[in-house]
Design a protein around this ligand. Structure first.
Ligand SMILES: *[C@@H]1O[C@H](CO)[C@@H](O)[C@H](O)[C@H]1NC(C)=O
Ligand SMILES: *[C@@H]1O[C@H](CO)[C@@H](O)[C@H](O)[C@H]1NC(C)=O
Ligand SMILES: *[C@@H]1O[C@H](CO)[C@@H](O)[C@H](O)[C@H]1NC(C)=O
Length: 496
C-alpha cells in the first residue's frame, strides 16, 4: 500500500499589484498573545475565485463561525486590511515565484516584511503569526526549480524580522507536500533522497526558531489516484484494511502519513519536531469520490480526531500544532489539470453557503452561512427550447473554457442532466461570470434569460455575486486567462 500523497500540481497566480507603502509602526502585540484562545483548527483562504466575495464578507463569515486561524497564499493588501482588528491569527504566504529575489537580496526581503507584515503589526492591526515561505517548493513536479532558494530566503527573512523587532513573535515556515517523504510503512519513513540535505538544513532552522514543520496531507488524492487504495482507509471510521507496522496498527491514511513524516524527521535527528498540517480536506464535486457525504464524513472525522488529542501511534496523546482545512471557499478559477475536483474543496461554496453540516468543534454548532452576500438578481440564462441546437458546440466550448462547467463531467453533480441541461448549464455559467450582461446570454440567439431557477436535484445553477472592488476584477481575469490557456491545451482545442 502506498502511504504517499499523490503528486499535486497546484498553481497559484501571483498578484502583481503592489499595495500602498504604509509607515512602519513599532507597536507590539505583547498582551494579545496571552489572551488568544488556542484553537487548533484553522482554514485556508485562497483567492482564485471567479465570483469573489468581498473580503469583509469572508472575515464576517470566519467570525460568525468562530474560526480563529486563517492561512493565506500571499499577502493581498485588501484581504489583510479586512482582517484588521479581527483578532484572527494569520499565516501570510510568499509565492514560490518570489523566492528567488528574496533569497538573493536582503533589501527585497526587508521590503517584503515591511510592506506585507510590519505595516499591519500595529494596535488594531492584523495578528500575523506565521509566514509561509513558498508553497510546496519541493513538489516533485517542480523538478527542484525552487529548492536552492528556500534556505537563503529563510535566512534573509529571519534577519528582516529581527530588524523589524518581530522575530520573537512571527515564525517562518515552509509548507511541504507529503510527497517530500516516502515509505511502504510509517516506521520506515524517510525524506526523498535528493531532499535529505535540504530538509536537514530546513528542519534545523525551524527547530532553532521554534517553528513547526508544516505538511499538506491529502488522503483524497491517494484514493483518487490509486484504484487499489482501500476506500475505508482514507476515512476515520475504521477499516477492514488496517496496516500493521510492527507493534503499531494504522486504521487511517492520515495517521499513517503523519507517522511516516515523524519517522522521516527522526531519521535526520528531529523526532520531536512539532508538526502542523497546512492543508487537508476533501472536495465535494468533480469526481466520483468527491461528494458532500464523503467530504462531511472525512472532515468531521478529522476534526474529531484532532480535538480528541488521541494522537498517532508514534505521537500518542498529542495533536498537530495546527490543522488548516483546505479549504474555506470553492475557487472556480483554479486549474483543473489535477482534476475537476480542484475547484470544489470548499467547506463553503463560492458564495459562502455551507455545503454540509460540519461542526468545527468551537462550541458553535454547525457551519453558519455568510450573511449580506451581494448576489446579482435571481435570473439565469438557459437554452431557448424553441431553437435548433445543431450549431451549439462552439458556444459550449467557449462558455466552458471561460466559465466553470466542471460539475457536468462524469462524477460531477450535474452529470446526467441531459444534453439540453448541459447547454443551459454552460450558458448560465458564462452569463453569471459576465455579471448577467444580457449580450452574454445571446449565443447567436440560442440563449434566453429566465426567472425560474433551472437547478435540478443536487445540480445547482448558480447566481453570481457582484464584485464591489475593481482591482479584484483584474486579478480574477488574469487568473482565468491562465486557466483558459491550460484548459484549451487540455482539451486539445486551439481557438486563437
Ligand atoms: C507584498 O505581497 C504582495 C501580495 O503577495 C506582493 O504582490 C508584493 O509584491 C509584496 N511586496 C513586496 C515589497 O514584495
Ligand atoms: C461519495 O464518495 C464516496 C467515497 O469517497 C463513495 O464511496 C460514494 O459512493 C460516493 N457517493 C456517491 C453518491 O457517489
Ligand atoms: C453532458 O456533458 C457531459 C460533459 O461534457 C457529458 O459527459 C455528457 O455525456 C453530456 N450529456 C449529454 C446527454 O450529452
Amino acid at each position: 500500500m502506498d502511504f504517499r500523497n499523490r503528486m499535486k500540481r497546484r498553481s497559484r497566480s501571483v498578484a502583481a499589484a503592489a499595495g500602498p507603502m504604509v509607515l512602519l509602526a513599532l507597536v507590539m502585540w505583547s498582551s494579545v498573545a496571552t489572551v488568544m484562545v488556542e484553537a487548533a483548527i484553522g482554514v485556508n483562504w485562497g483567492m482564485l475565485s471567479m465570483h469573489k466575495l468581498s473580503p469583509k464578507t469572508v472575515v464576517d463569515l470566519l467570525k460568525e463561525n468562530k474560526i480563529r486561524k486563517v492561512k493565506l497564499f500571499d499577502a493581498d493588501p485588501e484581504v489583510l486590511r479586512s482582517l484588521r482588528g479581527s483578532g484572527i491569527e494569520v499565516m501570510v504566504g510568499i509565492p514560490n515565484e518570489m523566492l528567488s529575489v528574496i533569497s538573493s537580496s536582503s533589501a527585497a526581503s526587508d521590503l517584503w516584511i515591511r510592506q506585507n507584515v510590519s505595516s499591519y503589526m500595529v494596535k488594531g492591526g492584523v495578528d500575523i503569526r506565521y509566514i509561509a515561505v513558498g508553497n510546496e517548493p519541493f513538489l516533485t513536479s517542480y523538478s527542484g526549480q525552487f529548492q536552492a532558494y528556500v534556505m537563503p530566503a529563510l535566512l534573509n527573512l529571519q534577519q528582516s524580522l529581527a530588524r523589524a523587532n518581530l522575530a520573537g513573535y512571527i515564525k517562518l515556515v515552509v509548507p511541504c507536500n507529503a510527497d517530500a517523504y516516502e515509505s511502504s510503512l510509517p516506521s520506515q519513513g524517510s525524506f526523498r533522497p535528493e531532499l535529505t540535505q535540504i530538509t536537514t538544513q530546513l528542519v534545523s532552522f525551524l527547530n532553532s526558531n521554534g517553528s513547526p514543520f508544516v505538511v499538506n496531507i491529502y488522503p483524497f488524492l491517494s484514493l483518487y489516484g490509486n484504484s487499489d487504495f482501500p476506500q475505508d482507509y482514507a476515512f476515520f471510521e475504521g477499516t477492514n484494511h488496517a496496516v500493521v507496522d510492527g507493534a503499531n496498527t494504522y486504521s487511517n491514511a492520515f495517521e499513517g502519513n503523519f507517522d511516516t513524516l515523524v519517522s522521516a524527521l527522526s531519521r535526520i535527528g528531529y523526532g520531536q519536531m512539532p508538526i502542523a498540517i497546512g492543508e487537508i480536506g476533501w472536495p465535494t464535486d468533480g469526481a466520483v469520490s468527491a461528494n458532500l457525504t464523503a467530504a462531511r464524513v472525512f472532515n468531521q472525522g478529522l476534526i474529531n480526531h484532532v480535538l480528541s488529542n488521541k494522537g498517532t501511534p508514534l505521537r500518542p496523546g498529542t495533536s498537530p500544532v495546527d490543522v488548516y482545512l483546505f479549504s474555506l471557499l470553492d475557487e472556480g478559477a483554479k486549474s483543473i489539470l489535477p482534476g475537476n475536483f480542484e475547484r470544489h474543496w470548499g467547506i463553503f461554496s463560492f458564495d459562502g453557503q455551507a455545503k454540509y453540516a460540519l461542526n468545527l468543534g468551537f462550541g458553535n454548532g454547525l457551519l453558519k452561512n455568510a450573511k449580506n452576500v451581494d448576489y446579482l438578481p435571481s435570473r439565469w440564462c438557459v437554452g431557448n427550447p424553441s431553437k435548433d441546437f445543431s450549431t451549439v458546440e462552439s458556444h459550449l466550448k467557449l462558455a466552458c473554457v471561460t466559465a466553470d462547467c466542471t460539475t457536468l463531467d462524469y462524477g460531477g453533480s450535474c452529470n446526467g442532466i441531459g444534453a439540453k441541461g448541459n447547454i443551459s448549464y454552460a450558458f448560465n455559467s458564462y452569463y453569471q461570470l459576465q455579471k448577467q450582461d444580457v449580450r452574454s446570454c445571446d449565443f447567436d440567439g440560442l440563449g434566453m434569460v429566465t426567472f425560474l431557477d433551472p437547478s435540478v436535484g443536487d445540480c445547482r445553477f448558480l447566481v453570481g455575486i457582484s464584485d464591489s472592488d475593481a482591482t479584484t476584477g483584474c486579478r480574477v481575469s488574469a487568473a482565468r486567462l491562465v486557466f483558459a490557456f491550460w484548459a484549451l491545451i487540455f482539451m486539445g482545442v486551439f481557438v486563437f
